[in-house]
Design a protein around this ligand. Structure first.
Ligand SMILES: NC(=O)c1ccc[n+]([C@@H]2O[C@H](COP(=O)([O-])OP(=O)(O)OC[C@H]3O[C@@H](n4cnc5c(N)ncnc54)[C@H](O)[C@@H]3O)[C@@H](O)[C@H]2O)c1
Length: 381
């Protein structure tokens, strides 16, 4: 008897739809947005220790007024707790709560760490448990709650394990920023600056003019400029994410600032925040662009100035040539063997290169050191 080998090819497409919407006073018990008008239903709410300290009472009052039954799970805050054990804790809570996943979306209220953990847990519980994201940090509002990535750190790798899984709704309420310390506002401004540098020079001009006041006032004045900054950042981010949600195209403008920063952030953890590491990467790549004649020294000066105005670092001891070369090798591996390094060309546009050398990195570090020294001399004069 002859055996005949058979092969089947399956091809399917997944339809993804989710909403990103701004709202105000989401924890006002009279506001039905959070439970999507489903008064009297059950919900598992997950938050972190800091948010619980600040908003726990309001969350409980909201839940008591709007839900027939609820459980609030509080996870330890911070990047060092962004790990697999936190995902397990959420999975256990979902199981114990006997969540009816078709009718009771999990609610995640917190920063990017918390929403990434909860999103990951929901994506693997019965392979698909809907969740709603309520970001409480600026990075959450303009970045982590806009796309479809979930995940946690694994061993020494930043976000090494995770999934692509959209929250069904992302409810953005900037009033949470009133309690955020300035360093974390700066942290979010780094991701806004990223969009400005690679695709939106009007956003850059807004940051130049209104960045300092937005930082100082934590976006609570709700001026037209502040609303435009957040609006443009989210719109720009979504323009880049929507056509490439599953990251099939590896040349992504939103990866700007994310080539060297994962290694730098993990090397310096917990000293550097995510946005700070991203900003260091953007400062370095701006200097690389100067070295290659893609950005003028005058443009670079304006970029470094905005970084400082936004309370972000331009240099850091962990930005050594060795670490940066290792970071580039690691990122190149994840970008399927090519560097696909976004580099600014002027302000508000970018190109991708694949031929960066350790020499370019050394030259850029020298440019950065030179720029810093000139600043020190100017402030001493
Ligand atoms: N999924 C994505 O697409 C995506 C995008 C960008 C960043 N991220 C991830 O997001 C994380 C960074 O986000 P983050 O900066 O929000 O981190 P975070 O969640 O650690 O929040 C920062 C700190 O602020 C506290 N906090 C949260 N809300 C607060 C509030 N309203 N007032 C006072 N304190 C508050 C938190 O408890 C924490 O201590 C990183 O892990 C990064 O990988 C994910």
């Amino acid at each position: 008897m002859t055996t005949i080998n058979r092969a089947w090819t399956v091809s399917a497409q997944q339809d993804v739809q989710y909403s990103v919407e701004t709202t105000f006073d989401i924890l006002d018990p009279a506001n039905p947005t959070l439970v999507d008008g489903e008064h009297g239903s059950r919900r598992l709410i997950v938050t972190d220790t800091t948010v619980n300290d600040l908003y726990g009472e309001k969350i409980r009052a909201y839940a008591a007024a709007n839900l027939s039954e609820y459980k609030i799970l509080v996870l330890p805050h911070g990047e060092t707790n962004k790990r697999w054990s936190a995902v397990e804790t959420v999975l256990e809570a979902i199981e114990t709560f006997k969540l009816d996943r078709r009718r009771e979306p999990v609610i995640a209220i917190g920063g990017g760490v918390l929403t990434d953990i909860v999103g990951f847990a929901c994506s693997i519980y019965r392979r698909n448990t809907p969740f709603v994201r309520v970001p409480t940090t600026l990075i959450g509002i303009v970045d982590a709650s806009v796309g479809v990535k979930t995940g946690v750190n694994f061993q020494t790798g930043k976000n090494k394990i995770g999934t692509y899984f959209a929250a069904s709704r992302n409810l953005l309420d900037t009033s949470f920023l009133s309690s955020l310390d300035q360093r974390h506002v700066s942290n979010g401004l780094a991701e806004i600056l990223k969009i400005a540098l690679v695709k939106d020079n009007e956003l850059f001009a807004l940051l130049e003019e209104h960045g300092a006041a937005s930082l100082a006032g934590r976006f609570q004045q709700h001026t037209e400029a502040q609303q435009q900054i957040i609006d443009k950042a989210i719109t720009g981010m979504l323009e880049e994410l929507e056509p490439n949600l599953w990251e099939q195209t590896l040349e992504r403008l939103v990866d700007y600032g994310h080539t060297f920063s994962p290694t730098v952030e993990m090397t310096a953890l917990p000293e550097l925040l995510h946005g700070e590491a991203v900003c260091l990467d953007m400062a370095l790549t701006t200097a690389i662009s100067v070295h290659r004649g893609l950005v003028t020294t005058e443009e670079a000066g304006r970029i470094f100035n905005v970084m400082r105005t936004l309370g972000l670092p331009v240099t850091h001891p962990s930005m050594s040539a060795d670490i940066l070369v290792a970071a580039l090798i690691d990122t190149t591996r994840h970008r399927n063997g090519l560097q696909r390094l976004p580099l600014p060309t002027g302000i508000g546009a970018a190109t991708f290169v694949n031929d960066l050398t350790p020499g370019d990195i050394e030259a850029a570090l020298n440019i950065l050191t030179g720029a810093m020294n000139r600043d020190l001399e100017r402030s001493a004069a």
